[in-house]
Design a protein around this ligand. Sequence first.
Ligand code: DOR
Ligand code: ZN
Length: 354
Amino acid sequence: MSLDQISLTRPDDWHLHLRDGPILERVLPATARCFGRAIIMPNLKPPVTTVQQAGDYRDRIVRATPGDSCFEPLMTLYLTDNTPPDEIYRAAECEFIHAVKYYPAGATTHSDSGVTNLGNVAAALAAMQDAGLPLLLHGEVTDLDIDIFDREAVFIKRHLARLIDDFPDLRMVLEHVTTAEAVEFVLAAPAHIGATITAHHLLLNRNAMFEGGLRPHYYCLPIIKREKHRQALIDAATSGSPKFFLGTDSAPHPKHAKESDCGCAGVFSAPVAIELYAEVFESVGALDRLEAFASFHGPDFYGLPRNRDSITLKRQAWCVPESFELGRTNSPDGAAVAIVLRAGTAISWQLADD
Ligand code: DOR
Ligand code: ZN
């Protein structure tokens, strides 16, 4: 069956980096054009560690939201070794904070204030379990003796089973899963353990990072894995299991910061995200499962209502622009651009204007 258009209940993005300042204003419309809500990552500089900071950041996002959009930011707190349980209880009381994000210190972009040892956050995790606030995991170890391609699998083995044992009622999302081990673990875990999957980890295997030369725009963390893992992710996303839901991890960086001798991790996918998920689902004959993955499983997991309106995707090839204006940044020449996933290539699905 080949459909020329599909309608979906409006989807949400359960893992998004919006940044701050002028970049926020540029990148937010790319998400608000299609997603109803998004879980907003707190890895700003300095990180969003308090309810007050999350509220201020939320105000800046609301101010930057295009007037014709009803986009709702779902805020998160950044967990540190010193997050007081009281702050967790305050966050749980506050209607706009929906989760707390765990970054292992040093694992990725702006994670230097992250957790140095899970033992240091036991009281905060107990408070989250008690108050019903979910924990979002950047599930990688950072030990220098662990190969970068094994960081997620080792995190699962060393820490995740133990975390579930220690905090049996704590809702957790293993973010941006990249391995067959993660899929297997999440499937076998209790119902309150879920996972998000990005479009880029569904589309690319690690060869993409080296195709004809070094491709910095495919560098992200957790790093893209070999083909058998991509296949496991596709199986999970299209399985219909309510444990897996859409989280783009769209993470814009100026082009010059990625094309550098120490380039930043992050794939900027928001302007093409829903279209690329459609492409992946169609490639395995599972377009009929896209709506549940993109629009139902996330709100059901978070205990939020599903969106009531819908979006339409048309089968109409279009070419992704070569670059995306980020506006004023501290780049050497004042203005910066970002490179969108699949820049300069054709995509077969397009979001229809309402
Ligand atoms: O590739 C990534 N980029 N992974 C992360 O965990 C953070 C993100 C970012 O903020 O740029
Ligand atoms: Zn992320």
